[in-house]
Design a protein around this ligand. Structure first.
Ligand SMILES: NC(=O)c1ccc[n+]([C@@H]2O[C@H](COP(=O)([O-])OP(=O)(O)OC[C@H]3O[C@@H](n4cnc5c(N)ncnc54)[C@H](OP(=O)(O)O)[C@@H]3O)[C@@H](O)[C@H]2O)c1
Length: 263
């Protein structure tokens, strides 16, 4: 296999759930696509939907058939099913494997895969379906770098400790949306039209995040301080939330999620 030519690759997925749907959609809708994508038959409904939507997607008869027909495999199983599913399969020596499972470090994953494969771990966001957003990548390989780079911005990390720390941050997608829903819902209750409240809130959060991205030398704390004019609106909201220990609750949630990863 030419490891730099995605158009010649057949990409396989074991576990056809939400994230596989996002990644397959991302790959199939880029200007440069893999030659073929093969998904495992479970979940049947999702597999059927993908093969109907994209002509390059085929459904394998079983998990082994995915391995046998592909040049690179994504493991998109729920962690608790990994050992039972993977230990019954025959991989190929040096087959590139990209695991998306959060709580299965290489030390646990390697013994489940026979014979030894070349394993990377990656953390796509659902936005991979649209081809944007950061994708954490640990233990990169030319094939995992190529594929991850096709559906987002690869962020390579040097250790599983760093990977698990940032993967924990990914556990805050829903709370960030909840925060936006709270602000937009509040504006709606003030009489702001629903679509405007939604759009304005999304653009507002996007602009704050973008400011932080384009000014990497300014700390988040400094941005917060700069926005908080003494006696102004942001000084008041920032103080009230801190006094209510709002951020302590976020830290508690992060700590609880981090405990689900091995050390
Ligand atoms: N969703 C995300 O944004 C995201 C992001 C990064 C990483 N991940 C990780 O990626 C993995 C998959 O996540 P997900 O959100 O896609 O979960 P999901 O929707 O539950 O997908 C898991 C899939 O595995 C299938 N499955 C179960 N047993 C199987 C077997 N024996 N052989 C083959 N497939 C089997 C399930 O089929 P049934 O539906 O029939 O049970 C389901 O389609 C998880 O480890 C998750 O933590 C998810």
């Amino acid at each position: 296999m030419n490891q730099t030519d995605m158009t010649a690759m057949t990409v396989g997925f074991i576990g056809t759930g939400k994230i596989t749907t996002a990644l397959v959609t991302g790959f199939a809708t880029r200007s440069i696509t893999p030659r073929k994508i093969i998904v495992s038959p479970r979940n049947a409904e999702r597999a059927a939907a993908l093969s109907q939507q994209f002509s390059m997607v085929e459904i394998a008869t079983d998990n082994q058939a995915v391995i046998d027909a592909t040049d690179v495999i994504f493991l998109a199983l729920r962690p608790e099913t990994a050992e039972a599913v993977l230990s019954g399969l025959e991989f190929r020596e040096n087959l590139p494997v990209i695991s998306l499972m959060p709580t299965v470090p290489l030390s646990l994953l390697k013994p489940m895969i026979h014979p030894t494969a070349t394993i990377s771990r990656a953390v796509p966001l659902p936005s991979a379906a649209k081809g944007f957003g950061p994708v954490l990548l640990f233990a990169p390989h030319p094939v995992s770098q190529l594929l991850i780079g096709a559906i987002g911005d690869a962020v390579e990390v040097e250790s599983e400790e760093i990977l698990h720390g940032l993967w924990t941050v990914n556990g805050m997608i829903s709370p960030v949306f909840d925060m936006m829903a709270e602000m937009a819902g509040w504006a709606r209750a003030q009489g702001v039209p629903e679509s405007l409240a939604r759009l304005y809130t999304a653009r507002f959060v996007e602009t704050i995040a973008k400011t932080a991205v384009v000014e990497p030398d300014v700390s988040f704390a400094q941005h917060s301080h700069d926005a908080a004019t003494p006696g102004g609106l942001n000084e008041q909201t920032s103080r009230m939330l801190a006094e209510a220990q709002a951020w302590r609750v976020w830290t508690d949630a992060l700590n609880a999620v981090r405990k689900r990863f091995p050390d």
